[in-house]
Design a protein around this ligand. Structure first.
Ligand SMILES: *Cc1c(COP(=O)(O)O)cnc(C)c1O
Length: 391
């Protein structure tokens, strides 16, 4: 198999090199704090053996990947929810069981391998929290230096994780968009590889591995996938995996993908209806999908339109209720952004075929943000001194 980059806007081809990020032609029209124009995608040239593995479909050879077990996450069959909601073929893919406890490890894994291959030691990024702690952890396994720009609102656990893994962390006095711009400036001045989501094409390519695993685990493509959406890279990664499998003759059709956003951070949902992106300040309890400017918005929207996908929104209250319901009925504790996908499924359920194969992506572990999780439960306030008191 051979690999190259292709611009998702103008179709121009480029060689895969360490400094090729967005399309040099289309990105000339890039405005500040707007979705990226000219996002690149990896193009595959060749065929697959009958028995192939995920690495055969990735543009970096297996020997460059660090020894940290990313991916191959379990696919849950949630009996109680299947029964109570009447969907016998409902599955949950638990990506909170990745090494750093979020889906982001899939992207970090490929970026780290590429850096190794190109002989580059430094990796820089901005993150709402998970991408940063992920790159820090995967980079630690690879012996790479990771520099992270975190917005001041990042949950403590994600900051602590990144520091534990030995990253250099700069806490930005502002939001993710400000951290994003600073990380690009830092990379420009200091060199190394930038892992900003969508800006580095390997982030989307790494995330496609979830689709390859799903098809392996199910023995077929799912009918519907629910995924929470911030920048829109997981959504595009999902599509990329299914599209590659279809082009290589392994599946017949592209699943319906339903992107779920918080009502108060819904840039891609709004653009799905209006066709244009407006930069409106956002806030939601689901910090991982709290994004004013969805960096991969243009590319994500194009995929949704082409493959008959949908966007929907849920309230913060629905997210918090969904989180506690999921935890208490399955034993799967996911962070609010992960629970958003479940909240979307609950809301959409009346319109879904109960016979269809439905997958919910649980994108991060619940312990990542325990303070948000306290909103959906009653923490006992009184302390007891004896068992008699409670009998
Ligand atoms: C990053 C993230 C998302 C959203 O992914 P995007 O690519 O930004 O759309 C969802 N859930 C969790 C837990 C995340 O960390």
């Amino acid at each position: 198999m051979d690999f190259s980059y292709r611009c998702t806007v103008c179709n121009a081809s480029y060689e895969i090199t360490s400094d090729r990020m967005v399309c040099p032609v289309c990105s000339r029209h890039q405005e500040k704090d707007q979705p990226l124009t000219g996002v690149l995608e990896v193009e595959l040239h060749g065929t697959l053996d009958t028995h192939f593995n995920v690495f055969d479909m990735l543009p970096v050879e297996p020997e460059y990947f660090p020894s940290i077990p990313v991916g191959n996450t379990p696919l849950w069959e949630p009996e109680n929810i299947r029964r109570s909601m009447g969907f016998g073929r409902l599955f949950i893919k638990d990506d909170g069981l990745n090494p750093t406890a979020s889906f982001k490890d899939r992207a970090s894994f490929l970026v780290s391998a590429a850096a190794k291959k190109f002989n580059i030691q430094d990796i820089t990024l901005a993150s709402t929290g998970n991408a940063g702690s992920s790159m820090a952890g995967v980079g630690a396994a690879a012996g790479q230096r990771v520099t992270l720009f975190l917005p001041k609102t990042a949950p403590l656990a994600k900051l602590v994780q990144a520091l534990q893994y030995g990253a250099t962390v700069y806490r930005v006095n502002g939001n993710y968009d400000m951290a994003y711009d600073m990380s690009l400036e830092f990379s420009r001045l200091k060199g190394g590889i930038n892992r900003n989501t969508a800006y580095n094409p390997l982030t989307i390519e790494g995330k496609k591995t979830v689709s390859l695993e799903l098809v392996n685990q199910l023995g077929q493509a799912p009918d519907v996938v629910f995924v929470s959406v911030g920048d829109g890279c997981i959504l595009s990664g999902l599509y990329k995996g299914f599209r590659d499998l279809k082009e290589l003759g392994r599946i017949d059709s592209i699943p319906k993908i339903i992107g779920v956003q918080a009502e108060t951070s819904d840039a891609i949902s709004r653009a799905f209806i209006s066709g244009k992106f407006e930069n409106i300040p956002t806030s939601t309890v689901a910090d991982s999908i709290c994004v004013d400017v969805p960096r991969n918005g243009i590319h994500a929207l194009a995929q949704l339109k082409q493959f008959n996908g949908e966007m929907m929104t849920v309230t913060d209250t629905q997210i918090i209720q969904a989180q506690a319901y999921l935890s208490s009925s399955t034993g799967l504790f996911t962070e609010p952004a992960g629970a958003a996908a479940f909240a979307g499924f609950q809301k959409a359920a009346p319109g879904l075929d109960p016979e269809s194969v439905i997958v919910l992506l649980a994108t991060g572990n619940g312990l990542k943000d325990s303070s948000s999780a306290t909103l959906g439960i009653q923490v006992p306030e009184t302390l007891i001194d004896s068992v008699e008191e409670i009998l």
